[in-house]
Every structure is written in C-alpha cells, then in structure tokens.
Design a protein around this ligand. Structure first.
Ligand SMILES: [Zn+2]
Length: 499
C-alpha cells in the first residue's frame, strides 16, 4: 500500500494560527516533533521545513506559496503535514494542490492520520477532506456570528461592560457593580446641574478612588502603572454612554439591554443637554429658600431673605448652611439685625404654627377637595399614560417600517442607524415616563391627607380658641418681646451656632 518512498523528496509543512479554528490543533513545536518522527519511521527524505503561523481560511499564505513555488521549481515533489486541513481550508489552495497532483508536479502527500494515495480515488478522498475543513471554518464563523447576534437580540451586551457594571462570569450576564454604580450615578447627578465640568467630575472620581488601570507592557507601548486621574474625554464618553440607561450600541445599532439601568432616561437627557450646550460653565442658578418672603424683620419690617452656602474645606469635607437675614432695605430704620441659621428661625416659627388648627368643617372641606384633586390627578395620569402608550405603539410601527425601508435598500445604513437610535431614545424616555407616572400618580396627596386628618383629630373645634383670643394672644406676645428683636437672643442658641 505504501508507495516506494525513495522516489520522493518531501517538504515538511507545519501550520497553526491563533484563530479560533486552530484552537484544538497541536502546537507548531509538537507538529514538527511528530512529523519528524513520522518521516524517520517511514524513511522519508525531508528537504526542508516550512513553518506558518497564519490562518488557511483565505488564500495568500506567504510560506505556503513559497513552498508550492519551490515544488514547481522541482526542489521537492512531496509534502508531509499533520492533516489535510494544515495545507488548506479554502477552495483556491485546495484546488491548486489537487491540480498539482493531477499534473504530477506533486507526486505524494503524507499525513500521520490520513491515508492518501495519488490515485483518482485518493484525490477524491483528499478533495472531500479539504471540503470538510473549509466547511468547518465556514460553520464556525456563521455560528460565532449567529451566537453573538442572538445574544444581542436577547438584550445581552456581548462585550466588556463599561465602568459601573460587572460581567458576571457564572450567569454570563451583566450586573451593576455595587461599589461603583452609585459613583456613576453621582457623576450624572453632579453634571446635570450644569455648573460642573468634565474635569470636575474626573476630580470627583479620583477623590472617590476611581483611577486609570495599568496596562501591560507591549512592543510599542511602555508599561503604564495606571493610578492616574481619568482624562476629561473618558468622563465625557462615560456621560454620553447610553448603556447607563439600559440600551447599548452594537455594530452601530442601538439595542435594548437586559441589564439594570444606573441612571434614568430623564437624568441622562439632562446631562446630554448640558454636554451639547457646553462651551463654558453655566451661571449658577439660585434656588429660592423656603421661608423667603414669608417672614418680616421685627426691627424694620423688611422681608427676610434666605441664602444657601456651601463651604468646602481643604481636607475634602463639605458643609452646607442656609442663612436668613433682613434685607435691610428700609430707608427709615437703620437696621443691623444679624443673619441667623435656618434651624434657628424655624424653631421660632414652629411654636407659632403649632398654635393654629383647622376647624373640623374646614378640615372636612379640604379633605373633599383633596379627594377631588386625587381623582383629577389620577384621571390626568391615566390620560397621560394612554397618550404615551399610543405614541409607543406608533414608534413600534415606525421602527418596523424603518427596518422594511432599510431592507428594501431605500435608505443607507448610516441613515438607518441614526433614525433607529432616535426612535429607541424616544421609546426609552416614554417608557420611563410611564413607569414614573404609574408609580407616583398620587404621591403628594397621600402625606398631605394624612397630616390633615391627624390635625383635625389633634384639636377638635371645641378646644380651638375664639378668634379674638388669638389676636389678643398675638398682641401680648408682641408686647412682651424684647424691643427691636424678632431674632432670639444670642444666649438662646449659643454664640457658636450663630454667625
Ligand atoms: Zn431689619
């Protein structure tokens, strides 16, 4: 059965690529050792060894081509390889080998685990073997792609997740990182206010212990130790990553993810608005304080105004204070009332507020009003939800139509992706709106109603002093007050608590 080996001179060809299809193949060193042993056992004459580290999926392997060239030049007329799939996994190279066998340029092929004979039947078997190794790579690529696409369609991100998330290796899902996810949310909240730059966020991240990771040393890249502050661009990328509200981008297309969002769509949109309107830091908006325009200064009768101050210490501590002070606008009285902290003013107002109660009749009236409001709010939210749902259906139709137009080739891929991204974004916004409305439709009515009921119970109408008593009590209070002071004496609160 074996052909007389003496007539042939062989080249030894070994190949292993780093691609997935060669994962199970013997290493190059092992192939050489095995093939040399095989040649020695069969007493084959080996002229040279060719080593290739490239895939045979496509034609154009330099070492392989050089070997064929030298065979055509007559340096050898046989090849030893581990298996036929080492020689070729594509139809062109396979065809070339078979053609060279037909033309007798190649006289023999030897494989330790595949028997080949240069006869019509032998060539038929070889061609079959080449075909199946080609089919193997074809299937592999189809299966890999299909696997990824399936994963994506099911809402699983098939890649490394962004900061704030973890790839759970056990369940093969994406989970929020309990440590870093709250930091990400804080970054979005900070940035949404509009008075912070990406640099500020990078500082905040660094202060929270988030730094760059070290890289391994490569030929073109000196080793990096990491541990540095994030670059602004990285912060910007993080703040505009749709992954954080539950979608993800794969191959240029937006998909709905299965992972838990870290920020909601409304917050994300606010951040995008700041990002796009960015050029400089926006002017700080002052929010009016709760008691402003409600209290007047006892000294000069001017309104009392409040302001919120944030104090940052060098050691990183942040203190927030709210102060109230007389506006000192009076042209008649030269007023020098000092400012005082909110809790101090509130503690003066609470006893006054407590001395009032609502009559049962009024209480009942207000409760009915609240009930009416509840109904209105509920009706409104139902209406709103219906509107949003209708729009969501519309979007679903739109998305389908868009896909059809794209499939018909009426629009380009870029346009398709862009429009799809728009639709998905609006969809997410509406969905989170619907969720919010459903969850909090009557969130403000409940506590008010409860308080109202307890108020009524606390002070039945019979215990309520007549109006003239109230007025007198107020007048007496005013008389007994130390002159020119509505704010309490220093001693009441302690010098250190006032500023
Ligand atoms: Zn005053």
């Amino acid at each position: 059965m074996q052909q007389p080996a003496q007539n042939f001179v062989y080249f030894l060809y070994v190949r292993k690529s780093t691609d997935v299809e060669d994962k199970q193949v013997l290493s190059i060193e092992a192939q050489i050792v095995e093939l040399k042993e095989f040649a020695r056992r069969l007493e084959l004459q080996v002229a040279d060894i060719f080593i290739e580290k490239q895939t045979a999926k496509k034609p154009g392997r330099p070492v392989f081509n050089e070997m064929l060239h030298r065979i055509s030049a007559g340096e050898a007329n046989g090849v030893i390889a581990w298996l036929p799939d080492r020689l070729s996994r594509n139809s062109i190279d396979s065809g070339q080998i078979i053609y060279m066998l037909d033309e007798n340029v190649l006289g023999d092929l030897k494989f330790p685990h595949f028997w080949f004979e240069n006869t019509p039947q032998g060539k038929y078997m070889l061609a079959n073997e080449f075909n199946s190794s080609k089919q193997y790579v074809d299937n592999l690529s189809v299966n890999t792609k299909r696997g990824l696409r399936q994963k994506v369609r099911e809402g699983h991100y098939p890649s490394i997740v962004p900061f704030g998330y973890l790839n759970d290796v056990r369940t093969k899902t994406v989970v929020a990182n309990r440590k870093t996810a709250p930091i990400v949310r804080q970054c979005f909240e900070m940035y949404a206010k509009g008075n912070k730059t990406c640099g500020d966020i990078a500082d905040f991240l660094f202060a929270s212990g988030v730094a760059t990771k070290g890289r391994r040393k490569t030929k073109n890249d000196p080793k990096s130790a990491g541990g540095k502050r994030w670059h602004e661009t990285r912060v910007k990328n993080m703040l505009s990553n749709i992954f954080y509200y539950g979608h993800f981008l794969y191959a240029g297309e937006v998909y709905e993810g299965k992972h838990t969002p870290i920020v909601d769509k409304a917050l994300f949109d606010r951040v995008q608005a700041v990002l796009t309107g960015r050029g400089r830091v926006q002017k700080k908006v002052t929010t009016p304080q709760a008691l402003t325009m409600l209290v007047r200064c006892a000294n000069c009768n001017c309104y009392v105004t409040g302001s919120h101050k944030v104090k940052r210490q060098k050691n990183g501590n942040v203190h927030e204070y709210t102060y109230y002070r007389c506006t000192h606008k009076s042209k008649v009285v030269a007023c020098s009332e000092p400012e005082l902290r909110e809790y101090a003013l509130a503690s003066q107002l609470v006893p006054i507020a407590k001395s009032f109660a609502i009559s049962e009749r009024m209480g009942a009236f207000m409760l009915t009003k609240l009930d009416e409001d509840t109904q209105v709010v509920q009706a409104d939210s139902t209406k709103l939800i219906t509107t949003h749902r209708a729009r969501l259906d519309e979007l679903a139709g739109k998305s389908k139509r868009l896909f059809d137009v794209y499939m018909d080739g009426d629009i380009e891929q870029d346009e398709y992706r862009e429009r799809r991204a728009e639709i998905m974004s609006e969809k997410k916004s509406l969905e989170s709106k619907v969720e919010r409305i459903a969850a909090r439709a009557d969130f403000w009515i409940e506590p008010v109603a409860k308080k109202q009921k307890s108020r009524c119970k606390q002070r039945p109408i019979s215990h309520f002093p007549p109006r003239k008593h109230l007025v007198r009590a107020a007048r007496d209070q005013r008389k007994n007050r130390p002159k020119g002071r509505q704010f309490p004496e220093k001693s009441l609160y302690g010098a250190d608590e006032r500023t």
